[in-house]
Design a protein around this ligand. Structure first.
Ligand code: FAD
Length: 427
């Protein structure tokens, strides 16, 4: 869905970057100009490696410039379940990595003077059903007892008004570590920081082929030029094309859509979300929303449409959802509607690793990548620069394509149908 996003409309003037037209040499060539790619480049430049980023469209064109801007801790599922699956030590490292990812976004912003409207007021997960509070409490206990994390509280309905001015939810879990920001301002600021460190970014430069020469150098062909490097990183996530069949067939793209209202008054928005936290609810087909710096409501949900008419219906339904949560917004004009692709993996965990041919990758943040993709870029940079020092709990070995991947759209459709039924009739 290529509608103008509110982030694009409010990011200020955008620097245009040239297209690669001839042959260039560098240490590491990075394919994909989202948070993962820009962060990999930023950290490699800091470690003294010369990088080139190739972006098919423009910096932040993919999910990084379209997301809800919610910087959240944890993964797609409770940490206890990951500890059972991966072992406690790995789960502990995973948890620490997720906490550090938000600190990383904050420190990069501060260090480079990136004005990205970062608000560090925590995040809140309101309970769509009363039974969800039980799992919140179990999660809170696990994090406190096993992972020594005490910044989560669970509140019941009577306390909700101080957090969200709605009767739609039964209570909530609050995590003081969460944050929100303007995702595209951050992506554009990070791109500038890469260039300040001597990194090079080409836009409108689609990588079309990767091969190796006799000297084991990587040659990445683009539509009009080529890059020769020692290492290649592919971070195209849910926007993967045919560059690497394994990567394309390992990521499950899931569409998500957003709307944003016209700017309202600060007083009005403070009344809706008094603590200015990032909100994402506990529905299977979740709603996520937050205030913006210019006092709009940015409200997201799931949705995929094949025709213009279906798109209109989807956005209308999302607006209805917003008004069901906040009837106070019934007269607020919706000014922007847009969507993007979220990258999922089969086991709902991000993957960071290397293919058998040496290609480095990171993808599949499962809707929690605004901070984690920035961290993944740092992990990739450290892995390339000092592999012996890295203990990566998200390391993915022997990546294999998902069987029947071409059927994923049908699979996602069925899954969403089932999730909607669960939301309606489940406990
Ligand atoms: C609508 C929406 C809302 C979301 N909300 C949140 C949220 O609130 N919080 C959160 O944590 N996460 C959220 N996410 C997820 C988050 O945005 C992503 O996890 C994160 O941005 C992934 O970054 P990335 O760099 O890996 O991928 P992307 O930002 O998607 O970047 C991939 C880039 O690769 C480029 N590319 C593809 N093929 C080529 C090629 N052959 N050559 C060159 N370039 C190529 C694309 O143009 C694209 O720019 C949301 C996602 C969407 C779509």
């Amino acid at each position: 869905m290529d509608h103008l996003s509110m982030w694009e409309a409010t990011a200020g003037e955008r620097k245009t970057r040239s297209t690669l037209v001839d042959e260039k040499h560098c240490d590491v060539v990075i394919i994909g100009g989202g948070f993962s790619g820009l962060s990999t480049s930023y950290h490699l430049q800091k470690m003294g490696h010369q990088t080139i980023v190739l972006e098919k469209n423009a910096v932040g064109y993919g999910a990084s410039g379209r997301n809800g801007g919610e910087l959240l801790t944890g993964y797609h599922g409770p940490m206890e379940a990951f500890a059972q699956k991966k072992g406690f030590e790995t789960a502990q490292l995973m948890w620490e990595l997720s906490l550090d990812s938000i600190d990383l976004v904050e420190s990069i912003s501060k260090e480079n003077g990136i004005a990205c409207d970062l608000v560090r007021q925590g995040d809140i997960r309101p309970a769509y059903k009363a039974s969800h509070l039980d799992s919140f409490k179990r999660d809170q206990e696990y994090l406190a007892e096993k992972l020594n994390f005490h910044e989560i509280s669970v509140i019941d309905r009577p306390e909700m008004k101080a957090e969200l001015n709605t009767d739609f939810y039964h209570g909530a879990r609050i995590n003081e570590r969460g944050a929100h920001f303007h995702p595209l301002k951050f992506a554009l600021g990070l791109a500038d920081a890469v260039e300040d460190l001597g990194g090079v970014i080409y836009e409108n430069s689609e990588a079309t082929n990767i091969q190796k020469d006799a000297a084991n150098k990587v040659i990445v062909a683009t539509t009009k030029g080529r890059v020769i490097a020692d290492e290649v990183v592919v971070v195209t996530n849910a926007y993967a094309g045919n560059l690497s069949k394994t990567l394309k067939k390992s990521v499950i793209p899931v569409d998500s859509i957003m709307i944003a209202t016209e700017p309202l008054t600060q007083e009005f928005m403070e009344n809706l979300i008094p603590q200015n936290r990032a909100v994402s609810d506990s529905k299977n087909l979740l709603y996520y929303f937050r205030r913006t710096a210019d006092n709009r409501m940015a409200f997201g949900g799931s949705g995929r449409a094949f025709s213009k008419r279906a798109q209109k219906l989807l956005f209308d339904r999302l607006r209805e959802g917003m008004i069901t949560v906040f009837p106070q917004l019934k007269d607020a004009r919706v000014e922007y509607r847009w969507g993007g692709k979220v990258g999922f993996t089969q086991d709902f965990l991000p993957y960071i690793g290397q293919l058998e041919d040496g290609t480095h990758f990171a993808f599949g943040y499962c809707g929690k990548g605004a901070a984690m993709a920035v961290m993944a870029g740092k992990v990739l940079a450290e892995t390339i620069s000092h592999p012996e020092r890295v203990n990566n709990p998200l390391k993915k070995e022997n990546l294999r394509p998902i069987p029947f991947h071409s059927q994923h759209a049908k699979g996602v459709g069925l899954m969403k149908f089932y999730m909607a039924l669960q939301d309606k009739y489940g406990k």
